[in-house]
Design a protein around this ligand. Sequence first.
Ligand code: B12
Length: 215
Amino acid sequence: MASEEKTREILKAIQDAVVGYDEETCERLCSSVLEEGIDPHRAVVEGLTGGMERVGELYNSQEYFVPELLLCADALNAGLNVLKPHLKIEDAARKGKLLIGVVEGDIHDIGKNLVRIMFEAAGWDVYDLGNNVKIERFVEEQKKANTDIVALSALMTTSMLAMPKIIGALKAQNPGVKVLVGGAPLSQEIAQRYGADAYAPDAVAAVKRAADLIG
Ligand code: B12
């Protein structure tokens, strides 16, 4: 077991590898997370996601542009591939079926992918519709797969405006279906206003909120 100091050092180095779009180092550090007995969830949240948050700040301050963002996302995904098989969550919480997608007009899927991975790790059946998903597709696929929950992701203040329409259409078809929403511009207050059943700020909280919804 690594000491807390060593753990923090490795997590910070993972962040730096994402920010520095260094795929190889990111992969190697994520392997060392496993070797050192560090919690892989912590490596995803504090290391990989923490790194992407720093990338977001660099984009906002115009130090990074779209090409850098894509390279950083590659480094994040390389590390995630190493950690993914080790993200099993052993708990008694009920597991259900989840349909997930990024709303129409929005191609940001890094956060959605993290949410999907956490649900898969927790033993849920997950149907991933990808990004830029039309309202009708959410409705059709929910009916087909008969999922307990539909999870909607949006990263833009413009694209999130589709959410109340999707929620309305889903509930009109199947009043029992629960809708969970998330993504950087969302909040508890907006989720409520949109008619969602729940909001979660991150991928780990998403699984807990979903388990509560069907519990
Ligand atoms: C990476 C990035 C990109 C990448 C996306 C790569 C990919 N495959 O996803 C690329 C380069 C392609 C891109 C493109 C664009 N982007 Co961009 N992008 C970002 C950036 C820097 C980071 C987003 C990210 O991945 N964060 C890391 C992940 C892990 O965090 P997250 O997505 O928030 O997810 C977490 C939580 O929110 C939550 N969560 C997410 N989804 C869900 C769903 C559920 C159900 C739940 C419960 C929780 C949940 O859990 C996740 C994990 O903990 C943000 C800036 C920022 N600071 O957020 C801008 C940002 C989102 N982009 C922005 C813009 C404007 C664009 C472009 C229009 C730019 C352009 N001019 O071309 C385009 C096109 C977008 C389109 N049509 O979709 C703006 C949006 C502004 C707005 N209107 O709100 C932002 C905010 C930047 C800015 N400050 O201007 N972008």
